[in-house]
Design a protein around this ligand. Sequence first.
Ligand code: GDP
Ligand code: MG
Length: 166
Amino acid sequence: HTGLVAIVGRPNVGKSTLLNRLVGQKISIVSRKAQTTRHRITGVLTEGAQQFIFVDTPGFQTHHQNALNATMNRTVSQVLNEVDVVMFLIESGRFGPDDRKVMKLLPQDAKVVLVINKVDLEEDKGKLLPFMQQMSGEFPFAEIVPISAERGSNVPELLTTVGKYL
Ligand code: GDP
Ligand code: MG
């Protein structure tokens, strides 16, 4: 199976770190001009019979938010609807206004995996479960997966989880 996977989230949540961690040395050579119709390919990973194509969704940058009107927001949602899975990244214990802005653009009918990154920064591990429970009430996430992109913790499990939806 081959599937398109978008990684979205406000700046600094760890999207690039996760992509590097996922694709790592296994990065396929992708032409800089390689494009799907409405996505820019940022990485390709082949794991056994599965191929993950990681894509950027143009217009999904929070710093363009001020210019985003309702029509553009709909366009972003439509574009995200074309992918098989959306990975929505936030930081452990933090769900702020900028995260919420991104979340509001997520299509309701797509498979969205909430990725709680930087769990290594959380000193009180007992806070993770309540935070996951809080987040499950914010959006109909298909899955919620805590990781540390920097350390690589739980990243293989994230890939397995995403792979279920390809
Ligand atoms: P992006 O803007 O979403 O692409 O975020 P980056 O991947 O550039 O990461 C932003 C910062 O967070 C960098 O300094 C990363 O080293 C750091 N970072 C990313 N993932 C983790 C993590 O799992 N744990 C910790 N402690 N830092 C992380
Ligand atoms: Mg980045």
